[in-house]
Design a protein around this ligand. Structure first.
Ligand code: C2E
Ligand code: MG
Ligand code: MG
Length: 476
């Protein structure tokens, strides 16, 4: 028994019991405090690892899970293989968000995650990686296994989700990465899946798996983005105009605005070299807005004939741009009839329903809309009949063989006839010789454009340009 040290007496049992009870109480209190602190920390951790809008684990949760998966090699003994991720982007989610609100967009994401978790028949985790991206984490033995999960993702994406009674479907694009032994950083894993996703977007495909070659392309893309941004700031871009000639009167009736980039070293970069790469970056928007502004300013300042400008697929899908185009040009005091929008078949094929809505909106605002490079894609006349287009530009591929081949002449003449039967204004591109000019005139095309008449010119030359056609080459 313990002693009272001062008086050298034994402690009373009562005192001893009181002390023991006191210590037990402290122990119980400390343990309760510790447990509730731990529970609250865990609750807090769970909260910050969950996306509030969808209830799915978020990027923070992914980081932790990936870290565990990478360091232990596998989450549980019975699961074999290496960690693999598939990053899935819901391409049209921003439009759903704009049209129907953020809550509906969140429901679309949750709905897709639910469909994926039912369809992927292997142990996996699904995270909401960003507003419009989901990420799947699982273990796989080979790239073929990863690819088969990707095809499950594709099938799940093909189904419409019914949100608030409205059937909605957003286009998916995905990139995967199967972890190699030496990769240990979660960020590297996600970055490689993202690189693969960009490669899929660039090649207009649903899915790509990571390939080290992509890193080089990503570096090029980053360099391009920064130099275009610099170019915009430093006025390195310019709009050239290529005249269009009326084949009946031989007169100059309008022109196409074509982008030119004079880079820092003074060399001229043609749009074919950078526009396709820019298409899938956010910079397509400021570049297109530059073209719209420049065309409007030139029309106003020089009283130009109607000008055509080119819209990329991304521009056509950008509802904010499409719906505000009328307002934008009116700010420059330009009538919409003075501007024609050229779109490519690629833009129609990517999302035909959306493209139709966009064309209708442009036409309702008073713009002319032509289908550019006709014949290089897959659109049929039957499909074109359902679109409120005003014109068709036949690609120069149909012109090059006109002199030699009667077959080429028959094809061209049939296209012109069909287009006219749909009440479309027909322009033939790429006329390089007098013979070609004569043939397309004889076949009844309305306008023509090509080096035979003029190359794309800076505005100062364009305003002074006059067609040098002989009267006898002009169709009557
Ligand atoms: P496009 O819209 O079909 O423009 C016609 C292209 O054919 C122009 O090339 C023009 O210089 C070229 N061309 C015209 N006549 C002839 C000819 O007789 N022979 C040959 N061989 N070529 C001819 P450019 O300026 O290099 O533009 C290439 C493409 O880049 C354009 O094809 C268009 O798709 C795209 N592009 C140009 N400017 C823009 C723009 O502002 N925005 C977008 N999204 N795309 C643009
Ligand atoms: Mg064009
Ligand atoms: Mg063209």
């Amino acid at each position: 028994m313990p002693q009272d040290v001062e008086k050298g007496l034994m402690q009373s049992t009562q005192n001893w019991l009181a002390r023991i009870s006191f210590f037990i109480l402290i122990g119980v209190f400390t343990s309760w405090l510790f447990q509730s602190l731990r529970a609250s920390t865990q609750r807090h951790l769970r909260d910050i690892q969950v996306d509030r809008e969808t209830g799915l684990p978020n990027q923070a949760a992914l980081k932790e899970d990936l870290h565990v998966a990478l360091s232990s090699g596998r989450p549980r003994q019975e699961v074999s293989g290496s960690p693999a991720v598939i990053l899935v982007r819901l391409q049209g989610l921003w439009e759903v968000m704009e049209a129907m609100g953020a809550q509906t967009a969140d429901k679309v994401v949750r709905n897709l995650a639910d469909r994926l978790s039912v369809s992927v028949h292997r142990e996996h985790h699904i995270y909401r990686f960003s507003t419009s991206e989901l990420l799947l984490l699982f273990f796989a033995e080979s790239q073929a296994e990863v690819d088969s999960v990707a095809s499950v993702v594709r099938s799940a994406g093909e189904h419409e989700a019914e949100i608030n009674g409205i059937p909605l479907r957003v286009q998916l694009v995905a990139g995967s990465y199967l972890v190699e032994r030496r990769v240990v950083e979660p960020d590297t894993v996600v970055n490689r899946a993202r690189t693969a996703l960009y490669a899929a977007i660039d090649s207009n495909e649903f899915y790509r798996s990571y390939d080290p070659v992509f890193d080089q392309k990503t570096a090029e893309r980053v360099r391009l983005i920064s130099s275009v941004r610099k170019g915009l700031k430093e006025n390195q871009f310019s709009l050239y105009y290529q005249p269009k000639v009326c084949l009946k009167s031989g007169r100059h009736t309008g022109g196409e605005g074509l982008l030119r980039w004079f880079s820092s070293d003074g060399s001229m970069v043609l749009p074919g070299l950078f526009m396709p790469k820019l298409e899938n970056t956010t910079l397509i928007d400021p570049v297109t807005r530059f073209v719209i502004r420049k065309a409007c300013e030139d029309i106003r300042q020089h009283g130009l004939y109607p000008v055509s400008i080119n819209f990329s697929a991304k521009n056509l899908m950008d509802s904010a741009l499409v719906q505000s185009l009328g307002r934008i040009v009116s700010l420059y005091g330009i009538e919409p009839e003075k501007l024609e929008i050229e779109i490519t078949e690629g833009a129609l094929i990517r999302d035909p329903a959306h493209a139709k809505v966009a064309i209708e909106s442009l036409r309702n605002q008073g713009f002319l809309v032509s289908l550019d490079d006709f014949g290089t894609g897959y659109s049929s006349f039957q499909y074109l009949a359902h679109l409120p287009l005003s014109g068709l530009k036949i690609d120069r591929a149909f012109v090059s063989g006109l002199n030699e081949s009667s077959h080429a002449r028959t094809v061209l003449s049939s296209i012109i006839k069909m287009a006219h039967s749909l009440k479309l204004q027909v322009t033939v591109e790429g006329i390089e010789t007098g013979e070609q000019h004569q043939i397309v005139s004889d076949y009844g095309a309305d306008t023509a454009q090509g080096f035979y008449y003029a190359k794309p010119l800076p505005v100062s030359d364009y305003i002074n340009w006059k067609p040098g056609l002989n009267v006898d080459t002009v169709s009557s």
